[in-house]
Design a protein. Sequence first.
Length: 152
Amino acid sequence: MDDLITSILRDLQKELTEEFDLNFKRGAFFNEVWPVKRTGGTSRLQKSGKLRKSIQSVITGNKLRFTSSEPYAAIHNEGGEITVTEMMKNYFWRQFYETGQRHWKYLALMKTGSKITIPKRQFLGSSPEVERAIEQVIDDNVRDYLSNLNFK
């Protein structure tokens, strides 16, 4: 029975890793399209590919967990607000001087303590598509397991 659970977890790991990676290609969490930048173009999550490459999955015991090493992963996946700090303002100024892009100046001119709303751009988590993938992987593995049993 442990072999069955291990097989299910490994197949789920492979299937969901592929699906979550495809979210970045789709620019959506399955069919929930991510908000685009105010300045147009693709979503911020697709710019460098750093977040996409940081996603890892780990099987521990009977659990499969997906994580990201990037500190900003959770705020993009779940959405929320961040408070502008003096350190952030300095970063925004540096970005403005390096790139000349006006949105950095706008951010740099915000008052310390102001709130920035980060829209939800989910790339990991539960959804009807994930639930269907889980059911399919379990069904396939149980069917294979039962077909390999020798009943005498």
